[in-house]
Design a protein around this ligand. Structure first.
Ligand code: SF4
Ligand code: SF4
Length: 135
């Protein structure tokens, strides 16, 4: 059975100077590829990147933002590792948990002002983002 978002066009465009999703409490995970790309972008060793920015929880490297804490890569100009940001950030808001129903998507749209703006995102691109980040 097709997913609801395969039948209904979804518009999305990240809004300039928003950064709301980078200021939300929660966890950002980094897989091996994410660590490699971010460390390369910052021109540091992967071991230094892990030591400086991440902690390992149950075998997964992550950054945890508690309530009132900003992501350590967020600057006034935006994400400091934008071209090499992890898949979790790159694929937002096209996550399984957000797309599981039209109602869930509407709830996320209440938070993310980019939903409903800009171009229609092709179904293939949505599928790719869902594949890239399993949540
Ligand atoms: S909340 Fe939405 S519009 Fe705002 S920065 Fe995140 S993805 Fe972009
Ligand atoms: S890594 Fe970049 S995009 Fe991801 S939460 Fe931090 S500032 Fe935002």
């Amino acid at each position: 059975m097709p997913k609801w978002w395969e039948d209904e066009p979804i518009r999305f465009e990240c809004q300039p100077d928003c950064f709301k999703c980078c200021m939300k409490p929660g966890v950002v995970t980094f897989d091996r590829g994410d660590i490699h790309e971010a460390a390369k972008f910052l021109e540091i060793k992967t071991s230094d990147f892990k030591r400086k920015f991440l902690k390992k929880e149950f075998g997964v490297y992550e950054m945890e933002m508690e309530d009132g804490q900003l992501c350590q890569f967020l600057t006034l100009q935006g994400c400091n590792i934008h071209p090499a940001k992890p898949k979790q950030c790159h694929t937002y808001p096209f996550w399984q948990e957000n797309l599981r129903s039209r109602n869930h998507w509407q709830l996320v749209a209440g938070f993310c002002p980019g939903i409903g703006q800009g171009p229609v995102i092709p179904v293939e691109e949505i599928k790719q983002r869902l594949k890239d980040f399993k949540g």
